[in-house]
Design a protein around this ligand. Sequence first.
Ligand SMILES: C[S@@+](CC[C@H](N)C(=O)[O-])C[C@H]1O[C@@H](n2cnc3c(N)ncnc32)[C@H](O)[C@@H]1O
Length: 315
Amino acid sequence: MTIDSGFNHITVLLDEAVEALDVRVDGCYLDGTFGRGGHSRLLLSKLGPDGRLLGFDKDPQAIATGQALAAEDGRFVIVQRSFAEMAAVIAEQGLAGKVQGVLMDLGVSSPQLDDPERGFSFMNDGPLDMRMDPTRGVSAAEFIAQAPEEEIARVFKEYGEERFARRMARAVVLRREAEPFLRTGDLAEVLKVANPAWEKGKNPATRAFQGLRIHVNNELGDLEAGLEAALDALEVGGRLVVISFHSLEDRIVKLFMRRLSKGEADNLPRNLPVRFEAFVPKIKVHGKPQFASEAELKANPRSRSAVMRVAEKLR
Ligand SMILES: C[S@@+](CC[C@H](N)C(=O)[O-])C[C@H]1O[C@@H](n2cnc3c(N)ncnc32)[C@H](O)[C@@H]1O
């Protein structure tokens, strides 16, 4: 696997995220989404010789970049695992409750989107794959070939927030009976024709592609598991910093932080007996959600949808 595929990733909210981690020179940190290591490198520059950083990514190219960094810097280790499996990795490394900060910069990286061979792009034709880790799970082509029509419609609607999900799923199923979908360009074309309401400046396949990507990579399920695992990994006073790129992700992060900052009993029916502990908040939310500055928006249009939320573990 080559490290440099020729596609770059510009890190979003770089200084803001690392500052929010409130780095301690000898602390132990987790980067749940290493990518090309933008956040990790800045974080390492703040750590002293006893500091440690453990990186996670599902993507083989991200892992290759991480391994090169690990070879240069003995304070850094990278694992090809989902951040949803953080609890197991932390236990293996004996780090449960000993971590001072966890960062999650969600979604896909620019190289994943820009390299047609990864099969995420409706703009540039490539194999219909969309897996961050192409060695595991079911590719987008396999899902589209096998899933019942209602399931395809649900994915377009729930994860893509596509209004014409049923119509588009119908078109996909009709076409697959004649010939399977193997290429992103082919699928994008069929979705385009089936979408009756094109939005200005937006490819008519955008939402359906987003839905497929989220489904194929179990992005929302991983996020829920990752947030819980991150909280367990942190020591009291440790920070959780999460950057989301669409409303479905941000909603999960927001509700998670709200629930734990109010005490879990807040969500239970009033007349249920609960232990005192359930009223005591587990985390404190730091400040308001943060967005990219004007300067960052100009330099990197992909930062437009980024929202960062920060919490501190209280107990
Ligand atoms: C937005 S990029 C992160 C960029 C990184 N912060 C940087 O500065 O280079 C997101 C990365 O997270 C990875 N990723 C997404 N979901 C993941 C998960 N559940 N577990 C591990 N890695 C994941 C993707 O493969 C991608 O490389």
